[in-house]
Design a protein around this ligand. Structure first.
Ligand code: FAD
Length: 321
Protein backbone atom coordinates (compact mmCIF):
# COMPACT_ATOMS: atom_id res chain seq x y z
CA UNK A 1 0.00 0.00 0.00
CA UNK A 2 1.28 3.49 -0.77
CA UNK A 3 1.92 5.84 2.13
CA UNK A 4 2.21 9.54 2.91
CA UNK A 5 5.54 10.24 4.61
CA UNK A 6 6.89 13.54 5.95
CA UNK A 7 10.63 14.28 5.64
CA UNK A 8 11.87 16.90 8.08
CA UNK A 9 14.50 19.25 6.61
CA UNK A 10 17.24 20.75 8.77
CA UNK A 11 18.52 24.19 7.95
CA UNK A 12 21.79 25.66 9.15
CA UNK A 13 23.07 29.10 8.15
CA UNK A 14 20.42 29.43 5.44
CA UNK A 15 21.15 26.08 3.77
CA UNK A 16 19.82 22.57 4.11
CA UNK A 17 22.06 20.10 5.82
CA UNK A 18 22.62 17.06 3.57
CA UNK A 19 20.69 14.81 5.89
CA UNK A 20 17.54 16.67 4.80
CA UNK A 21 17.90 15.25 1.28
CA UNK A 22 18.69 11.84 2.73
CA UNK A 23 15.47 12.04 4.76
CA UNK A 24 13.56 12.74 1.55
CA UNK A 25 15.14 9.66 -0.09
CA UNK A 26 14.27 7.53 2.94
CA UNK A 27 10.70 8.86 2.94
CA UNK A 28 10.41 8.09 -0.77
CA UNK A 29 11.44 4.48 -0.17
CA UNK A 30 8.88 4.04 2.62
CA UNK A 31 6.11 5.86 0.73
CA UNK A 32 6.33 3.13 -1.97
CA UNK A 33 5.01 5.36 -4.69
CA UNK A 34 2.85 7.40 -2.30
CA UNK A 35 3.40 11.01 -1.31
CA UNK A 36 6.49 12.57 0.23
CA UNK A 37 6.02 15.93 1.93
CA UNK A 38 9.08 17.98 2.91
CA UNK A 39 8.75 19.89 6.20
CA UNK A 40 10.66 23.10 6.97
CA UNK A 41 10.64 25.01 10.22
CA UNK A 42 12.32 28.35 10.81
CA UNK A 43 12.31 32.05 10.13
CA UNK A 44 12.40 33.18 6.48
CA UNK A 45 12.90 29.63 5.23
CA UNK A 46 10.04 29.33 2.70
CA UNK A 47 12.43 30.23 -0.13
CA UNK A 48 14.26 26.96 0.40
CA UNK A 49 11.19 24.74 0.11
CA UNK A 50 11.51 24.02 -3.61
CA UNK A 51 14.91 22.51 -2.98
CA UNK A 52 13.36 19.64 -1.02
CA UNK A 53 11.07 19.09 -3.99
CA UNK A 54 14.02 19.09 -6.39
CA UNK A 55 15.50 16.30 -4.27
CA UNK A 56 12.36 14.19 -4.57
CA UNK A 57 9.59 15.54 -2.27
CA UNK A 58 6.21 15.96 -3.99
CA UNK A 59 5.37 19.14 -2.09
CA UNK A 60 6.45 21.01 1.02
CA UNK A 61 4.90 22.40 4.20
CA UNK A 62 6.51 25.35 5.99
CA UNK A 63 6.07 26.70 9.50
CA UNK A 64 7.47 30.23 9.60
CA UNK A 65 8.06 31.84 12.99
CA UNK A 66 10.74 33.93 14.63
CA UNK A 67 10.32 31.52 17.54
CA UNK A 68 11.72 28.77 15.29
CA UNK A 69 14.86 30.65 14.26
CA UNK A 70 16.86 28.37 16.59
CA UNK A 71 15.96 24.90 17.75
CA UNK A 72 14.06 24.64 21.00
CA UNK A 73 12.34 21.43 22.11
CA UNK A 74 9.08 23.25 22.94
CA UNK A 75 8.95 25.30 19.74
CA UNK A 76 9.77 22.46 17.37
CA UNK A 77 7.45 19.97 19.06
CA UNK A 78 4.50 22.37 18.85
CA UNK A 79 5.23 23.20 15.22
CA UNK A 80 5.75 19.58 14.16
CA UNK A 81 2.65 18.44 16.01
CA UNK A 82 0.60 21.03 14.13
CA UNK A 83 2.03 19.78 10.83
CA UNK A 84 1.19 16.18 11.74
CA UNK A 85 -2.36 17.16 12.75
CA UNK A 86 -2.87 18.89 9.42
CA UNK A 87 -1.22 16.26 7.23
CA UNK A 88 -2.11 13.08 9.12
CA UNK A 89 0.86 11.21 7.59
CA UNK A 90 1.68 7.50 7.84
CA UNK A 91 5.17 8.34 8.99
CA UNK A 92 7.86 10.90 9.56
CA UNK A 93 11.62 10.82 8.96
CA UNK A 94 14.21 12.94 10.78
CA UNK A 95 17.99 13.09 10.56
CA UNK A 96 19.72 11.39 13.48
CA UNK A 97 21.25 14.72 14.45
CA UNK A 98 21.11 16.54 17.76
CA UNK A 99 17.82 18.07 16.62
CA UNK A 100 16.30 14.83 15.30
CA UNK A 101 17.46 12.88 18.33
CA UNK A 102 15.67 15.34 20.59
CA UNK A 103 12.55 16.17 18.59
CA UNK A 104 11.62 12.79 17.08
CA UNK A 105 11.09 10.84 20.32
CA UNK A 106 9.18 13.76 21.88
CA UNK A 107 6.82 13.93 18.95
CA UNK A 108 6.45 10.17 18.64
CA UNK A 109 5.59 9.93 22.35
CA UNK A 110 3.05 12.74 22.08
CA UNK A 111 1.39 10.89 19.23
CA UNK A 112 1.50 7.59 21.11
CA UNK A 113 3.77 6.07 18.52
CA UNK A 114 7.03 4.10 18.52
CA UNK A 115 10.33 5.29 17.04
CA UNK A 116 13.17 3.58 15.21
CA UNK A 117 16.32 5.58 15.83
CA UNK A 118 19.64 5.77 13.99
CA UNK A 119 18.61 3.74 10.93
CA UNK A 120 21.36 3.15 8.37
CA UNK A 121 19.28 1.34 5.72
CA UNK A 122 15.61 0.88 4.87
CA UNK A 123 13.78 -1.72 2.79
CA UNK A 124 10.11 -2.25 2.19
CA UNK A 125 8.61 -5.73 1.90
CA UNK A 126 4.87 -5.61 1.32
CA UNK A 127 3.31 -3.91 4.34
CA UNK A 128 6.50 -4.14 6.38
CA UNK A 129 9.15 -1.46 6.61
CA UNK A 130 12.47 -2.95 7.70
CA UNK A 131 15.04 -0.66 9.27
CA UNK A 132 18.66 -1.66 9.80
CA UNK A 133 20.39 -0.03 12.76
CA UNK A 134 23.70 -0.55 14.58
CA UNK A 135 23.75 -2.00 18.10
CA UNK A 136 26.44 -2.82 20.67
CA UNK A 137 28.45 0.28 19.71
CA UNK A 138 28.42 -0.63 16.02
CA UNK A 139 29.63 -4.23 16.52
CA UNK A 140 26.38 -5.70 15.15
CA UNK A 141 23.33 -4.61 13.22
CA UNK A 142 19.71 -5.38 14.03
CA UNK A 143 16.64 -5.19 11.85
CA UNK A 144 13.52 -3.51 13.20
CA UNK A 145 10.32 -4.36 11.39
CA UNK A 146 7.45 -1.87 11.52
CA UNK A 147 4.24 -3.41 10.26
CA UNK A 148 1.54 -1.07 11.55
CA UNK A 149 0.89 2.31 13.11
CA UNK A 150 2.74 5.49 12.31
CA UNK A 151 6.35 5.09 11.23
CA UNK A 152 8.69 7.46 13.06
CA UNK A 153 12.41 7.12 12.37
CA UNK A 154 15.68 8.98 12.55
CA UNK A 155 18.33 8.19 9.93
CA UNK A 156 22.07 8.32 10.48
CA UNK A 157 23.66 11.02 8.27
CA UNK A 158 25.78 9.85 5.31
CA UNK A 159 24.21 6.39 5.05
CA UNK A 160 21.11 6.68 2.87
CA UNK A 161 22.03 8.21 -0.47
CA UNK A 162 20.02 11.28 -1.49
CA UNK A 163 18.25 11.24 -4.83
CA UNK A 164 19.77 13.12 -7.73
CA UNK A 165 18.77 16.81 -7.69
CA UNK A 166 16.33 17.59 -10.51
CA UNK A 167 16.07 21.36 -10.97
CA UNK A 168 13.14 20.97 -13.35
CA UNK A 169 10.94 19.64 -10.51
CA UNK A 170 8.58 22.01 -8.70
CA UNK A 171 5.66 21.51 -6.37
CA UNK A 172 3.17 23.09 -4.07
CA UNK A 173 4.44 24.85 -0.93
CA UNK A 174 1.88 25.55 1.80
CA UNK A 175 2.19 27.16 5.19
CA UNK A 176 0.95 25.91 8.55
CA UNK A 177 0.25 28.66 11.07
CA UNK A 178 1.04 27.78 14.67
CA UNK A 179 0.74 29.93 17.77
CA UNK A 180 3.96 28.83 19.45
CA UNK A 181 3.98 29.58 23.15
CA UNK A 182 5.53 28.67 26.48
CA UNK A 183 9.06 28.18 25.18
CA UNK A 184 11.15 27.44 28.23
CA UNK A 185 14.55 27.59 26.52
CA UNK A 186 16.23 30.91 25.79
CA UNK A 187 19.00 30.78 23.16
CA UNK A 188 21.48 33.50 24.06
CA UNK A 189 24.29 32.66 21.68
CA UNK A 190 25.30 29.97 19.22
CA UNK A 191 28.96 28.98 19.33
CA UNK A 192 30.48 26.76 16.62
CA UNK A 193 33.66 24.84 17.23
CA UNK A 194 34.69 23.76 13.76
CA UNK A 195 38.21 24.94 13.06
CA UNK A 196 37.85 24.34 9.31
CA UNK A 197 34.17 25.31 9.08
CA UNK A 198 33.23 21.76 8.00
CA UNK A 199 30.44 20.15 10.04
CA UNK A 200 31.79 17.04 11.74
CA UNK A 201 28.64 14.94 11.56
CA UNK A 202 28.24 15.49 7.81
CA UNK A 203 31.89 15.66 6.74
CA UNK A 204 33.06 13.39 3.93
CA UNK A 205 36.59 13.45 5.32
CA UNK A 206 37.57 13.63 8.99
CA UNK A 207 41.04 14.02 10.46
CA UNK A 208 40.79 13.04 14.12
CA UNK A 209 43.47 13.46 16.77
CA UNK A 210 44.10 11.67 20.04
CA UNK A 211 46.29 11.93 23.09
CA UNK A 212 49.26 11.13 20.83
CA UNK A 213 49.15 14.80 19.71
CA UNK A 214 50.52 15.70 23.17
CA UNK A 215 49.18 19.28 23.25
CA UNK A 216 46.44 21.55 22.02
CA UNK A 217 48.96 23.53 19.98
CA UNK A 218 49.86 20.41 18.03
CA UNK A 219 46.25 20.12 16.86
CA UNK A 220 47.31 22.81 14.35
CA UNK A 221 48.99 19.99 12.42
CA UNK A 222 45.57 18.41 11.98
CA UNK A 223 43.96 21.75 11.06
CA UNK A 224 46.51 22.15 8.27
CA UNK A 225 45.93 18.65 6.90
CA UNK A 226 42.16 19.08 7.20
CA UNK A 227 42.35 22.41 5.39
CA UNK A 228 44.10 20.86 2.41
CA UNK A 229 41.64 17.95 2.29
CA UNK A 230 38.48 20.02 2.91
CA UNK A 231 38.00 17.87 6.00
CA UNK A 232 36.57 18.40 9.47
CA UNK A 233 38.72 17.92 12.56
CA UNK A 234 37.56 15.48 15.24
CA UNK A 235 39.09 14.04 18.39
CA UNK A 236 39.15 11.17 20.83
CA UNK A 237 37.89 11.70 24.33
CA UNK A 238 41.46 11.26 25.48
CA UNK A 239 42.38 14.43 23.60
CA UNK A 240 39.31 16.29 24.90
CA UNK A 241 39.93 15.20 28.51
CA UNK A 242 43.52 16.43 28.18
CA UNK A 243 42.10 19.79 27.06
CA UNK A 244 43.82 19.67 23.66
CA UNK A 245 40.49 20.57 22.06
CA UNK A 246 36.84 21.21 22.74
CA UNK A 247 34.40 18.41 23.62
CA UNK A 248 32.36 19.42 20.58
CA UNK A 249 34.97 17.53 18.54
CA UNK A 250 34.66 14.27 20.48
CA UNK A 251 33.84 11.20 18.42
CA UNK A 252 32.66 7.98 20.00
CA UNK A 253 30.15 6.36 22.25
CA UNK A 254 29.66 9.49 24.31
CA UNK A 255 30.51 11.88 21.48
CA UNK A 256 29.45 12.20 17.86
CA UNK A 257 28.81 9.23 15.59
CA UNK A 258 30.33 9.82 12.16
CA UNK A 259 30.36 7.92 8.87
CA UNK A 260 32.64 9.82 6.49
CA UNK A 261 34.12 8.41 3.29
CA UNK A 262 37.59 8.81 4.80
CA UNK A 263 38.56 8.84 8.49
CA UNK A 264 42.18 9.55 9.38
CA UNK A 265 42.90 8.61 13.01
CA UNK A 266 46.08 10.31 14.24
CA UNK A 267 47.61 9.25 17.56
CA UNK A 268 44.43 7.48 18.64
CA UNK A 269 44.73 4.07 20.30
CA UNK A 270 41.38 2.71 19.09
CA UNK A 271 39.55 2.14 22.39
CA UNK A 272 36.15 0.50 21.90
CA UNK A 273 34.35 3.66 22.99
CA UNK A 274 36.09 5.64 20.25
CA UNK A 275 35.58 2.97 17.62
CA UNK A 276 31.83 2.98 18.40
CA UNK A 277 31.61 6.43 16.85
CA UNK A 278 33.63 5.91 13.67
CA UNK A 279 33.85 2.23 12.73
CA UNK A 280 31.28 2.63 9.95
CA UNK A 281 33.52 5.10 8.09
CA UNK A 282 34.05 3.86 4.56
CA UNK A 283 37.87 3.99 4.57
CA UNK A 284 39.87 4.24 7.79
CA UNK A 285 43.52 5.30 7.85
CA UNK A 286 45.40 5.02 11.15
CA UNK A 287 48.65 6.74 12.04
CA UNK A 288 50.18 5.42 15.25
CA UNK A 289 53.71 4.74 16.46
CA UNK A 290 52.62 1.56 18.26
CA UNK A 291 52.22 -1.32 15.76
CA UNK A 292 50.05 -3.15 18.32
CA UNK A 293 47.54 -0.28 18.67
CA UNK A 294 43.92 -1.51 18.53
CA UNK A 295 43.07 1.06 15.87
CA UNK A 296 45.01 -1.01 13.31
CA UNK A 297 42.47 -3.85 13.76
CA UNK A 298 39.78 -1.77 12.08
CA UNK A 299 41.96 0.34 9.77
CA UNK A 300 41.96 -0.22 6.01
CA UNK A 301 45.38 1.42 5.79
CA UNK A 302 47.87 1.76 8.63
CA UNK A 303 50.96 3.91 8.92
CA UNK A 304 53.25 2.88 11.80
CA UNK A 305 55.37 5.85 12.74
CA UNK A 306 55.68 9.18 14.48
CA UNK A 307 52.71 11.41 13.66
CA UNK A 308 54.92 14.50 13.95
CA UNK A 309 56.88 13.24 10.91
CA UNK A 310 54.00 11.78 8.97
CA UNK A 311 51.24 14.37 9.22
CA UNK A 312 53.28 17.33 7.83
CA UNK A 313 54.49 15.08 4.98
CA UNK A 314 50.91 14.09 4.14
CA UNK A 315 49.85 17.75 4.18
CA UNK A 316 52.65 18.65 1.75
CA UNK A 317 51.83 15.70 -0.52
CA UNK A 318 48.11 16.50 -0.65
CA UNK A 319 48.90 20.13 -1.48
CA UNK A 320 50.39 18.86 -4.74
CA UNK A 321 47.41 16.69 -5.71
P1 FAD B 1 45.38 6.92 24.25
O1 FAD B 1 44.63 5.67 24.55
O2 FAD B 1 46.32 7.43 25.29
O3 FAD B 1 46.16 6.68 22.88
C1 FAD B 1 47.11 7.54 22.36
C2 FAD B 1 47.74 6.84 21.18
O4 FAD B 1 48.64 7.71 20.54
C3 FAD B 1 48.50 5.57 21.53
O5 FAD B 1 48.02 4.48 20.77
C4 FAD B 1 49.93 5.91 21.17
O6 FAD B 1 50.64 4.78 20.64
C5 FAD B 1 49.74 6.96 20.11
N1 FAD B 1 50.89 7.88 20.02
C6 FAD B 1 51.52 8.55 21.01
N2 FAD B 1 52.49 9.34 20.52
C7 FAD B 1 52.47 9.18 19.18
C8 FAD B 1 53.24 9.73 18.11
N3 FAD B 1 54.21 10.62 18.34
N4 FAD B 1 52.95 9.31 16.86
C9 FAD B 1 51.99 8.41 16.62
N5 FAD B 1 51.22 7.86 17.58
C10 FAD B 1 51.47 8.24 18.86
N6 FAD B 1 36.76 7.77 24.00
C11 FAD B 1 36.48 8.34 22.84
O7 FAD B 1 37.36 8.60 22.01
N7 FAD B 1 35.18 8.69 22.56
C12 FAD B 1 34.15 8.43 23.39
O8 FAD B 1 33.01 8.77 23.08
C13 FAD B 1 34.44 7.80 24.63
N8 FAD B 1 33.46 7.51 25.49
C14 FAD B 1 33.77 6.83 26.64
C15 FAD B 1 32.75 6.44 27.51
C16 FAD B 1 33.06 5.75 28.66
C17 FAD B 1 31.93 5.31 29.56
C18 FAD B 1 34.40 5.43 28.98
C19 FAD B 1 34.74 4.66 30.22
C20 FAD B 1 35.41 5.82 28.14
C21 FAD B 1 35.14 6.53 26.97
N9 FAD B 1 36.14 6.95 26.11
C22 FAD B 1 35.80 7.50 24.92
C23 FAD B 1 37.56 6.86 26.47
C24 FAD B 1 38.28 5.67 25.86
O9 FAD B 1 38.14 4.52 26.67
C25 FAD B 1 39.80 5.99 25.72
O10 FAD B 1 40.31 6.31 26.98
C26 FAD B 1 40.11 7.13 24.76
O11 FAD B 1 39.46 6.92 23.51
C27 FAD B 1 41.62 7.18 24.54
O12 FAD B 1 41.94 8.28 23.74
P2 FAD B 1 43.24 8.24 22.85
O13 FAD B 1 43.18 7.08 21.92
O14 FAD B 1 43.41 9.58 22.26
O15 FAD B 1 44.40 8.11 23.92
Amino acid sequence: MTKKILAVGEIRDGEFRNVSYEAVAAAKEIASGGEVVGVLLGENVSGLAQELIQYGADRAVVVESEKLSSYTPDGYTQALQAVVEQENPDGMIFGHTSIGRDAAPKLAARLDSGLVSDATAIEVAGEEVIFTRPIYSGKAFEKKVVSGGKIFATIRPNNIAPLEKDESRSGDVSEVTVDIKDIRTIIKDVVRNTATGVDLSEANIIVAGGRGLKSGDNFKLLDELADVLGAAVGASRGACDAEYCDYALQIGQTGKVVTPDLYIAVGISGAIQHVAGMSNSKVIVAINKDPEAEIFNIADYGIVGDLFDIVPKLTEEFKNV
